[in-house]
Design a protein around this ligand. Structure first.
Ligand code: HEC
Ligand code: HEC
Ligand code: HEC
Length: 417
């Protein structure tokens, strides 16, 4: 390099550093596209978008035991978004839960799972958020909390106790497909944020199948009065193959049954957009998890009078859609026979659906959701208990009966939400 060009290069460099545009165009379209796909896998849009708001502008209210917080603006706006974040700052916020200025984030942001994302994938995500998302100047909202709850430093201790800052390491005993599935489920997919039970300090009791407490990983948790199923129950594992898991994540339905509650949002925003190979890899991984030995078998026999009453109510209110034999109508009304939501798990979701209604996941393959009407206003706690007892113990289903108290408790919880 001669003296003259040397000067030119330096000048160009200075200009580029000064002019945001030149710096911003540093990523290839391919890198940005890959980042967009990974952002889908991480479902960033679900939390970083307010109802009716623009994607990634934040402002979604998240209620926690000590008050409510609002998700952040993660568009590349330089004042109100993350446009000034260096790669290292972005990585530290997303994987370690510490935003610039030492601001510790609440674990409503699933950084304990994102800690497993590889540096390569973090770079693609960064490329997407810097260059593939439109900047938006909406300021962040302050948490609805009173002092001293607003003090963030105790979160540093929480981090120290519960966050394992480890990038995913492939298990050499497993094949490439299994490892890809584990990487997606445990990392960006943050499936454990809902499906793993939480401890006293809101921490997930396990962050991976092979890590500490791994036998508890994905064994079920409660989210907004829905039960995020134990994905390792023997009963569920018997019903769904790896292909069924993939199909469910793509369409919201498999084996003629559908999912309801928060899972429909996960499918809508995230999993329906993933490649079939990735979904199948997730299915292969989920299918490999050792199931608990104590399958949900009915210990208590249902009261025959309750079953009788339940059948009469079913014939009156439910039979038109779910059919006399409980088989439903393919592609319209789910079957209640051998349905994991009905018989594999505790009755929370069956009761919730009957009380409050539900609608199936909206996906490219099923753009119009199928709707189950709510019955909470017209049926008493005892009537709903009888109905759930009936469907959980008929047509070959064999699960515990349900009491009016269980219905009452959930009804009150949903009403106070
Ligand atoms: C389950 C909800 C949820 C998901 C999913 C989620 N976030 Fe967040 N995120 C939050 C919340 C809530 C905050 C604010 C936390 C706080 O104020 O302590 C946050 C904060 C952040 C911040 C810090 C911004 C700041 O204030 O400086 C970044 C960066 C971020 N998220 C990026 C991402 C990316 C990238 C993804 C997807 C890979 C993602 N988030 C997925 C809930 C979520
Ligand atoms: C926001 C919380 C949430 C997240 C995140 C989440 N799930 Fe779910 N999931 C649920 C709930 C709630 C149900 C129960 C739905 C029902 O019974 O109809 C469910 C049901 C399921 C089922 C069906 C099981 C059954 O009993 O019918 C599968 C399979 C599943 N989830 C897999 C996943 C995977 C894989 C991920 C990560 C990519 C994931 N979930 C992330 C909340 C969540
Ligand atoms: C108008 C048609 C219709 C009627 C009437 C109806 N359902 Fe449903 N039901 C549905 C649809 C559609 C779904 C799927 C909802 C979803 O997955 O979000 C569903 C889901 C369910 C589920 C959850 C199954 C699953 O796979 O998640 C249960 C349990 C259930 N219904 C029971 C009943 C009972 C009991 C009655 C009578 C009180 C009833 N339904 C009446 C249409 C109906």
């Amino acid at each position: 390099m001669n003296k003259k060009t040397g000067w030119r290069v330096m000048l160009a460099g200075l200009l580029a550093a000064q002019c945001g545009l030149a710096v911003a165009a540093q990523f290839s379209d391919q890198e940005v596209q890959r980042g967009a796909y990974l952002a889908r896998a991480g479902d960033c849009v679900a939390c970083h978008t307010a109802p009716g708001g623009k994607p990634f502008v934040g402002g979604l209210k998240m209620v926690m035991p000590m008050g409510a917080i609002y998700s952040s603006n993660i568009t590349p706006d330089k004042t109100h978004g993350i446009g000034n974040y260096s790669f290292e700052q972005f990585d530290r916020a997303v994987r370690h839960g510490v935003a610039p200025g030492g601001k510790y984030l609440y674990p409503a942001m699933p950084y304990p799972s994102y800690a497993r994302v590889t540096p390569q994938d973090m770079r693609a995500l960064y490329a997407y958020f810097m260059q593939g998302v439109a900047p938006n100047p909406t300021p962040n909202r302050k948490p609805d909390m009173v002092w001293p709850m607003t003090i963030r430093w105790p979160l540093a201790i929480w981090n120290w106790l519960f966050v394992r800052d480890t990038v995913f390491k492939p298990d050499p005993k497993q094949g490439a497909q299994w490892n890809r599935g584990a990487y997606l489920v445990e990392g960006l997919g943050h499936c454990g944020a809902c499906h793993t039970p939480r401890g006293l300090f809101f921490q997930e009791k396990a962050l991976s199948a092979n890590g500490p407490g791994g036998h508890l990983y994905l064994t079920g948790g409660t989210v907004e009065h829905w039960y995020a199923s134990n994905l390792r129950s023997a009963c569920l594992q018997k019903t769904l193959s790896a292909q069924d898991f993939a199909l469910l994540l793509q369409t919201g339905s498999a084996q003629n049954y559908t999912v309801a509650g928060g899972m429909t949002e996960v499918i809508h925003h995230s999993t329906q957009h993933l490649d079939h190979e990735d979904l199948l890899a997730m299915g292969v991984y989920l299918k490999s998890l050792p199931s608990e030995t104590s399958a949900q078998v009915a210990g208590t026999q249902p009261d025959p009078a309750a079953v009788q009453r339940g059948k009469a109510l079913y014939d009156q209110h439910c039979v038109a859609c779910h059919q006399p034999n409980g088989q439903g109508v393919p592609a319209a009304f789910p079957s209640l026979v051998a349905n994991p939501s009905v018989q594999c798990i505790n009755p929370t979701n069956a009761i919730h659906v009957i009380l409050a209604g539900a609608s199936t996941a909206v996906t490219a393959s099923a753009p119009a959701p199928m709707v189950m009407p709510p019955f909470g206003a017209q049926l008493s706690d005892q009537q709903i208990a009888d109905l759930v007892t009936y469907i959980r113990t008929s047509w070959g289903n064999a699960a515990e009966p349900v009491s009016a108290e269980q219905v009452k408790e959930l009804r009150l919880a949903i009403a106070s939400h």
